[in-house]
Design a protein around this ligand. Structure first.
Ligand code: ADP
Length: 172
């Protein structure tokens, strides 16, 4: 069992790809969605309830994916599960420094936990929740980078007409 923590604001195909590949290694993956922080600059677009609801819908067909949320220290949350592995994805060298610090800090907080990294797939190395939000806010098409249900929710958030683009793979 592994815990895959993150903001998932929103979930992208980059995240989904990591989860699907992790299921080849671990019997269960807990997608652990972080609650909003009090830091206004890190405010999420979607509330934790919305992110949970969307993730549950996306992973409905995968019973070995458990969608949960956590507040506070990640190591405390992971310690309460049977998992001993924290899973994270890496896209670019720029991810490395932050992830290295966090993994080292988490290990110093709980020596029994280890962080495992999976490389992004070539199709999603440029996909981040932040860039998805930026593109969607400006009315760009994000279908193909996030599931259709999430593309639709982004359009609703940014009050864009749902019928404006008829992209390939766009479903109603
Ligand atoms: P956080 O705010 O904790 O970084 P994110 O939701 O942005 O949460 O990301 C969660 C994890 O997924 C991180 O380890 C991040 O590096 C990884 N990740 C995000 N996008 C991708 C992607 N396109 N391919 C692989 N890993 C990704």
């Amino acid at each position: 069992m592994a815990v895959y923590p993150g903001s998932f604001d929103p979930l992208t195909y980059g995240h989904i790809d990591i989860v699907e590949r992790a299921l080849e290694i671990f019997d269960k993956v807990i997608l652990a969605i972080a609650h909003e922080t009090s830091d206004a600059s890190k405010r999420s677009l979607f509330t934790v309830e919305e992110r949970i609801e969307m993730a549950k819908e996306v992973f409905e067909h995968l019973p070995n994916v458990i969608v949960d949320s956590f507040k506070g220290l990640l190591v405390n949350y992971v310690g309460e599960t049977n998992a001993r592995v924290i899973l994270r994805g890496l896209r670019a060298t720029s991810d490395f420094e932050y992830e290295f610090h966090m993994a080292s800090m988490n290990r110093s907080l709980n020596i029994h936990l280890d962080t495992m990294f999976m490389m992004t797939s070539k199709d999603y190395f440029f996909v981040s929740s932040r860039s998805i939000k930026e593109v969607a806010a400006l009315g760009g098409a994000v279908e193909g980078l996030v599931p259709n249900l999430i593309a639709r929710r982004l359009k609703e958030k940014f009050k864009l007409p749902l019928t404006k683009e008829k992209q390939i793979g766009w479903e109603y």
